[in-house]
Ligand binder design. Structure first.
Ligand SMILES: Nc1ncnc2c1ncn2[C@@H]1O[C@H](COP(=O)(O)OP(=O)(O)OP(=O)(O)O)[C@@H](O)[C@H]1O
Length: 339
């Protein structure tokens, strides 16, 4: 939630460029860590440029520490860039960071600002801070709590809820006082499937009814493939690719992912083709993951299931490529993205 001076959302976007909602050019941000004299500088954003179009669900995907939160905190005006430009609906956010609160609803990773309030008061207060009159703030509060199935938690303090419930309550607060852009930093972390569905349904509704643009931070590949129109893949503070999930996956077209899960561990005596493949596999405990051609995958499955190694096999799966495979193809780190 942004907690800056109460302001109404602008009636019409000013001077917005074409169909861009948010344009970032050459953004650089370093953090200092450690004590004075011994402090080191971490370049969290290293020249990021991207454009989020109006009405799209745009994702920032990348492993821990890639620089996603640093980027969105600059978009929300909470962090000042060292260099670069940010334009949101025609507003220069570097020169006027206070304007971000009028343009976007933000769900950050922390809920501490709301912890002392009840769920209902958190939602109402967000609406008031965004310039809604009391009556409208209360009616929007009631509508959003009903929409997200939060009525039974309305009188509970946000800080005493479970992780998933707290996330949903903060999401509700971000929705009150409708903004043209929603910036959601890992909104569904810790949520059960019912709450996740409620979040995505609420996002879809706003997009359909108000043309809301959504910028979503995630390191969950499945979620990214399901909900995003376009995605920027971040790694070590840089955008290493930006396209639709489908086109990114086309980078690894013609490859499949074969997983072999052994009952205990892989047998000492493996068929030669399988033993040779082991050197290229990612091995995590009993699980071997191999990215290969469909022909080789079929041959390996046939060899394993037809011979004595089959007795040692617990399970196998053969799947089409995911965004994680595309990320690895682009030079990403093995295991950096969550499945
Ligand atoms: N306040 C800070 N002080 C010092 N270093 C920071 C600070 N915030 C972030 N960093 C560092 O900057 C880099 C980028 O962090 P950031 O939180 O932007 O990554 P992220 O992609 O959002 O990661 P995650 O998926 O874990 O949330 C990391 O190396 C992190 O340790």
């Amino acid at each position: 939630m942004s907690t800056q001076t109460p302001q109404r959302a602008p009636q019409a976007p000013e001077r917005a460029r074409g169909d861009a909602c948010c344009t970032v050019r050459g953004l650089v941000k370093s953090h200092r860590s450690g004590r004075r004299g011994r402090s080191t500088e971490i370049r969290a954003n290293d020249g990021i440029s991207l454009e989020v179009r109006r009405g799209e669900i745009f994702g920032l995907l990348g492993p821990n520490g890639a620089g996603k939160s640093t980027l969105v905190r600059q978009l929300t005006g909470l962090l000042r860039p060292d260099a670069g430009a940010i334009d949101i609906l025609g507003h220069d956010i570097v020169a006027h960071p206070e304007r971000a609160a009028r343009l976007l609803g933000y769900l950050g990773q922390e809920s501490t600002a709301l912890d002392e309030l009840t769920v209902a008061l958190a939602a109402e207060t967000s609406g008031r801070l965004r310039g809604l009159p009391v009556r409208q703030a209360r009616s929007e509060r009631d509508a959003v709590l009903a929409e997200l199935g939060l009525e039974t938690l309305a009188d509970r303090p946000v800080g005493r809820l479970s992780g998933g419930q707290r996330r949903l309550a903060c999401f509700a607060a971000a929705l009150v006082g409708e903004r043209p852009l929603l910036v959601l930093d890992e909104p569904t972390t810790g949520m059960d499937p019912v709450a996740r569905r409620a979040v995505w349904a609420a996002v879809d509704r706003r997009r359909a009814d108000h043309g809301t643009t959504v910028l979503l931070v995630t390191h969950n590949v499945i979620e990214a493939e399901t909900v995003l129109d376009r995605v920027a893949v971040l790694d070590a503070g840089r955008v290493i690719a930006c396209d639709t999930p489908g086109r990114l996956k086309a980078l690894v077209d013609g490859r499949v992912r074969l997983e072999l899960v052994w009952r205990d561990q892989a047998p000492a005596e493996l068929p030669p083709a399988v033993a040779a493949a082991a050197s290229r596999a990612r091995i995590a405990g009993r699980r071997w993951t191999l990215r290969t051609t469909p022909e080789e995958a079929r041959e390996l499955v046939a060899v394993v299931t037809a011979g004595p190694a089959f007795a040692a096999l617990d399970d196998f799966t053969l799947a089409t490529p995911t965004l994680e495979d595309a990320y690895l193809e682009l030079g990403g780190r093995e295991g950096g993205l969550a499945q």
